[in-house]
Design a protein around this ligand. Sequence first.
Ligand code: PMP
Length: 449
Amino acid sequence: MKDLFELDKKHFIHPTSSIKQQQEQGAKSIMKEGDGIYLTDTEGKTYIDAMSSLWNVNIGHGRKELAEAAKQQMETLAFSSAFSTFSNEPAILLAEKIAELSPDGLNAVFFTSGGSESNDSAFKLIRHYWKIKGEPERNKIIALKKGYHGVATASTSATGIPQFWEMADLTVPGFVHAESPYERGTKPSIDSIREVIEREGREQIAAFIAEPIQGAGGVLVPPEDYFKEVRQLCDDYGILFVADEVITGFGRTGKMFGLEHSGVVPDMMTFAKGVTSGYIPLGGVVVSDAIHNVLKEKSSGTLFHGFTYSGHPTAAAVALKNIDIIEREGLVANSQAMGDELLKGFRQIKTELNIVGDVRMTGLLGAMELVEDPETNKRFSPELQVAPKVIEALHERGVVCRAVTYDSTDIICFAPPLIINKAQVHMIVAKLHDAVLSVQKQLGDRVSS
Ligand code: PMP
């Protein structure tokens, strides 16, 4: 038998991981099987996948219908190119389906293989749009601090978490950041965007991009009226508004798309993750009719932007089946109902333990903050590694979760599969209670009681 842990250390450079930790401690778990909300590793230990892996396995693991859809499509036509106006049936039908699900007035789709490619594509399409419209000086993108838009070159630059830039000292010009609306009122947050617009030059701003809920930043929920004000501001300045729905799309927040909570329609929407529940890589950009009309009327010659896998027939066939399951099984409504149930559990834990700060859930996207003093929201000192300790305690108890700790926060994120049921929600709550209690005990007298 091959020693997978040794081979992992020797040959596998992991994404967004500590290489030092990998080399010292080996892979955390080598996952072997998935079934519903559960993952089982090579040691035979089963975990609840409380993050849907990377906020993406919306319909849960092990769904044979998706394997069947991939098999059928691969046997018929695994791949053919969509360059030079060649086309294929699954890509056409998926574009139609996404247009049907998207907000009114967004009806045309550019396909990619993931979220980063989708955002990079959005930025290039936006600059192309302004260029052919005769305003090429509109070439700057405003994004938010604490926002996450991916790790390709432009999407890294749009990301508002500096660690992602510092890793290779890489950002490209033309990306500027405004304040995150989290923990700020709407007005100061909108003022911050306006200041950036005025500082950078209003005639140079191409677009504003934001996640409906900032995911990797720590599941940060903006004030309720924030996006209405953003929409108004963008309209006042003639700026395009892009919603990054990579996490929040396809039922995650209890609506098909996250921005629906605000009753606001963007000019462009990027998606990935939940569109295939991670069974196969796929993402894309949906554009408004107004943008599509400009492309149709003014874009001459070849649009020099396209990935080999833009419009991949097998990926599209899997996406169609995944969306069919989301609709057929009522998973958007279940996300709302089970999210409410999970939040009830979080609130109960907060009444019973001393280190629980804010708890929040929007559909099945939520977080629990751990703080030294819940009254004043005083944070723990980062050396105490509170959130990583809770993640470790959860891992021991068979729950896979993720922490956000930059900016001295201790945030535990939750995004279980949308198929989760009440009994399983209660199981997460029980294990979470137990894990947080064990860390609270370790912290001893640092905790106010
Ligand atoms: N946008 C958002 C909001 C994301 O959360 C992510 C991934 N976590 C991305 C973009 C990048 O997607 P990918 O990792 O598929 O490139």
